[in-house]
Write a protein that binds this ligand. Sequence first.
Ligand code: ADP
Length: 222
Amino acid sequence: MIEFRTVSLKYGKSLALNQVSLQIPAKSYVVVEGPSGAGKSSLLRLLASFEAPTRGEVTVTGKAMSKMSRAARAHFRRSVGYIGNDVALLANRTCFENVALPMQIAGQDSKEIQARVTAALTRVGLAKAAKVYPDVLSGGEQQRIAIARAIVNRPQLLLADEPTAQLDDVAADKIAQLFREFNQANVTIVVATHDPERFRGWSHRMRLSSGELESLDTRGGA
Ligand code: ADP
């Protein structure tokens, strides 16, 4: 469980989040909606611990992130997969190499890398793309490679910032279906989107407006 306790985040004079309190239970599927500038990306960056709040606390299983040791925070980060709103694959590496990158950074051995990268590519339906470079793939396929890269370390929490913004309906639906499957496999999902209807199966739906939590629905989605 991750909890925000009256969290505010300022960038200079701009208040990106204003006293937001919320809970993200383990294994939930959270859709965060709201117009541009509402604070969705900021919320995701705080969840990923890329940023620290200006005021308030983010807690993970009851422990304040700000009071965690550097090692504990690094450990938490390794349990998080993040999909940014630009795909950001490396053009001069094959898809396999792109997906392998987080495992190489974590110093894992090549046998394990081979097995897990192949599993991640298969999971997103792109095992056949292992040896090709990203630029021969469609936008939707590139996004699925980015998703494979985000899940290769088997995160417990997967954060996605507008993952379907650049995609056509068919490609976007495939991404939404993948998130639903990951959640059914007990991964906690938080997805920021302009298009909440697409993400069926959510357990929590939050709406941000001007940095404030405007509404929260926990009925669960169809
Ligand atoms: P959303 O993802 O909903 O579009 P953001 O979290 O990106 O919203 O932005 C929330 C507010 O914070 C906006 O007013 C935005 O201009 C501001 N903001 C976000 N990131 C930065 C930054 N790095 N520097 C300055 N202002 C920022």
